[in-house]
Design a protein. Structure first.
Length: 395
């Protein structure tokens, strides 16, 4: 019987016990691979921290996801190695940003998502190591579209992030004085496309709220950017900061964006644990969603974004914890109360109100928390029933 030294590996311990014939080794265990006919204990299980393990079939090289499924270990407990640059759809950053397609970063209030995007653009232009240690094969030609009042700040962030000045260009294409309207999407897509063609751009970085007029739904601008990416075969990295117009709750925006056919990948930039922040993948088009990465902002004068270790929370926990800073104290308590209550399963609305009243919560506060959480109300023969929304989250 295998004894796991850390109780956080209880799920893995139970799975290995069910499988049997397991041997303890340095930093992990050896077992028979359940995917192929293995009689030599060729599966190496390594403790990786954060309740996760690495699954390495030393004999046939079986996929970790297949091994996990056979052992009935949930994907949140397994480290999935990032795809190589030669695998998948082609990459700016393997597993996170494809070299063709629309990638969206939804920022939580208090997180500078544009600074994150510019740091990634700087790394893509210079060919230096990416946040998870991977190194791209060569630098990319990057164009950043920004407003006139943000041009100097964007250039400063790129230079501080060690961007290659020969491969990255900040174009003042939005806003301005003297009656100059600036570019707007989707109406001015032809001008944007011509600009990118002339510069031979391989990657476009843009704050989507700057290019989308107030009267135009943001989804139309995202769709236009996705079509542009398909026509030119370039990566489009769009950023949507928290605002009154965009919506303060990054989790709601990211979930809605994940359902759009136009997005190839959706990430959240959120407040992480212990005062750090984190980039958390929410959904991707056709590849495995990678784990989140922690980072700090403005902690070094010469590096606006400093990347740290892997994000210890699974994707669903990051989504649940996002945006709590935007809620008023009463709403925060009601949000957590409602989420905990409905996590057990659907519940009659009257029973929810009764339970809330017992802990001193007003019906209006509960209703506000229902809206923020996106609770689904279903009418049945016995009355209205409340349940948590279904989510499309990887990790």
């Amino acid at each position: 019987m295998v004894e796991v030294p850390d109780s956080s590996y209880a799920v893995v311990q139970e799975a290995l016990r069910r499988w049997g014939n397991v041997k303890l080794t340095d930093g992990g265990w050896l077992a028979r691979c359940p995917v192929h006919d293995d009689r030599q204990n060729s599966l190496l299980v390594i403790a990786a921290g954060d309740e996760r393990v690495e699954l390495d079939c030393l004999s046939d090289g079986c996929e970790p996801q297949d091994v996990a499924a056979a052992l009935r270990i949930g994907p949140q407990h397994v480290v999935v190695p990032p795809p190589a640059f030669t695998e998948g759809p082609g990459w700016i950053w393997p597993g996170y940003i494809p070299s063709a397609g629309l990638t969206l970063i939804d920022g939580e209030d208090g997180v500078n998502a544009l600074a994150v995007a510019l740091d990634l653009a700087a790394r893509a232009s210079s060919g230096v190591a990416l946040p998870d240690g991977q190194r791209p094969r060569s630098g990319r030609k990057v164009v950043v579209l920004t407003a006139s009042e943000k041009t100097l700040a964007a250039r400063g962030l790129l230079l501080a992030s060690s961007a290659c000045t020969e491969r990255v260009e900040v174009v003042e294409a939005l806003g301005g004085r003297g009656g100059r309207r600036g570019l707007r999407l989707p109406a001015d897509m032809a001008q944007v496309e011509e600009l990118l063609r002339k510069r031979g751009a391989e990657m476009l970085v843009v704050d989507v709220m700057l290019v989308c007029p107030h009267r135009v739904p943001v989804e139309r601008a995202l769709g236009a950017l996705a079509e542009l990416s398909d026509r030119l075969g370039i990566a489009v990295l769009a950023v949507r900061e928290a605002s009154k117009r965009a919506g303060w709750l990054a989790s709601h925006r990211a979930q809605a964006a994940a359902m759009l056919e136009s997005t190839a990948a959706v990430h959240m930039a959120v407040n992480g644990p212990d005062g750090t922040m984190a980039l958390v993948p929410v959904a991707s088009e056709s590849w495995n969603v990678m784990g989140g990465l922690q980072f700090n902002q403005a902690c070094r004068r010469n590096r606006p974004v400093v990347w740290r270790s892997r994000f210890p929370r699974a994707g669903h926990r990051a989504m649940d914890c996002a945006d709590l800073r935007r809620r008023r104290p009463a709403s925060t308590g009601a949000y957590e109360f409602l989420m905990s209550l409905l996590a057990r399963g659907p519940m009659p609305a009257n029973d929810v109100l009764t339970a809330a009243a017992e802990v001193g919560m007003a019906p209006r506060t509960v209703q506000r928390a229902r809206t923020e959480l996106g609770v689904v109300a279903t009418k049945t023969a016995q009355g209205w029933v409340l349940s948590l929304p279904s989510r499309r989250i990887g990790g």
